[in-house]
Write a protein of this length. Structure first.
Length: 342
């Protein structure tokens, strides 16, 4: 029997909200272990748009998803959180001693009096175009996200899709790529009007190509794509040469095993109160995009607020015999000592 890692709080999800929860819990002397299905911290920010600018983080007029992740990791470093990457939270059960035991799909066992679910929308799975042989090119010359722009420098890129991601990356990759072609089934886009206008200007200037039609097939050898076949409505199909293909058809959010934790669910979200952000099961909390309550806004900012209030209630489970004293980091010497700034 594998021995369990014992801690104060188990956090499911290592995105920005889960990372900030480590900070709020750490200020109150609670240690954390985090479980994430990805191979690194940062959640959506690091996985889907690490270099894409974010404009609504307080005090940062603009910050990338990766920089936000890096700053949060720097902020929580004094509290020495333990990360369990490439693992899915699979089974949760209540122990006789009152603690929760979480088992991951790789067999890791964690035990704590508090569980905080900060899993965003669950596991994000890209929607893929229905094309034969697609899998042979995936992660080599066909991608569903841009993790590092440098990988596309000097490439001949075909981008498919009509939403914000497709338009954003068409605009962002155009300056560094050898060529960029945008393909959409109709000449009507769901993206922000400003992005669509910028795209059309670049088309007029001959800096990118716009092709209206359906994807018919992919061509190439081994893992290397060489062309995308496009079928315009009412016209003959033709090949568009490329060595990189990006498909942005959106993401499917799968809640996964969390749905089997015995929690009350509302449309695949976890209802919580707005005082403690606790679920209907004592000792289990949900913060960030995974939770639901009247007036909920799916903003990173909102998740930070929820993490702060969650920590206040978590303290009562971890230290039932202690009195919680509210302190400010600006004036508390004990908090400053924990942060290493005293």
């Amino acid at each position: 029997m594998t021995s369990a890692h014992k801690t104060d709080v188990i956090i499911i999800g290592a995105g920005p909200v889960g990372l900030f929860a480590v900070f709020e819990l750490g200020l109150l002397d609670m240690k954390c272990h985090l479980v994430d299905i990805l191979d690194k911290p940062g959640g959506q920010c690091a996985e889907l748009y690490p270099e894409k600018p974010i404009y609504d983080i307080p005090a940062y007029p603009v910050i990338s998803g990766q920089e936000l992740t890096d700053r949060l990791l720097e902020q929580i470093e004094p509290f020495s959180p333990v990360f369990h990457y490439n693992q899915m939270a699979e089974k949760l059960q209540k122990l006789e001693n009152g603690n929760w035991q979480l088992t991951t799909d790789t067999g890791t066992i964690l035990e704590a009096p508090v569980v905080c679910i900060a899993a965003g929308g669950g596991s994000f799975v890209p929607k893929k175009p229905a094309l034969d042989g697609l899998e042979q090119f995936e992660n080599a010359s066909v991608f569903y996200a841009v993790r590092k722009m440098e990988d596309f420098k000097g490439k001949d890129i075909v981008i498919s899709g009509g939403g914000d991601s497709a338009l954003d990356w068409t605009l962002n990759l155009q300056p560094i790529a050898n060529s960029v072609a945008l393909v959409h089934r109709r000449d009507d886009f769901r993206a922000a009007p400003d992005s669509v206008n910028k795209m059309r200007t670049l088309v007029e200037q001959g800096k990118i190509q716009l092709h209206i039609g359906a994807l018919d097939q992919l061509k190439g050898e081994g893992t290397q794509i060489s062309a995308v076949t496009i079928r315009p409505k009412g016209a003959e199909p033709y090949d568009l040469a490329c060595n990189r293909f990006l498909a942005f058809y959106g993401l499917t959010m799968k809640l996964g095993p969390i749905a089997n934790f015995g929690l009350n669910l509302h449309e695949n979200l976890i209802p919580v109160d707005t005082e403690k952000f606790e679920t209907d099961t004592p000792g289990i909390f949900a913060i960030g995009d995974i939770n639901h309550y009247p007036g909920k806004l799916k903003l990173i900012l909102s998740g930070f607020h929820e993490a702060a209030l969650m920590a206040q209630q978590a303290f009562k489970y971890v230290y039932p015999d202690k009195k919680l004293r509210f302190q400010y980091t600006t004036s508390s010497s004990s908090l400053q000592e924990k942060l290493g700034v005293n």
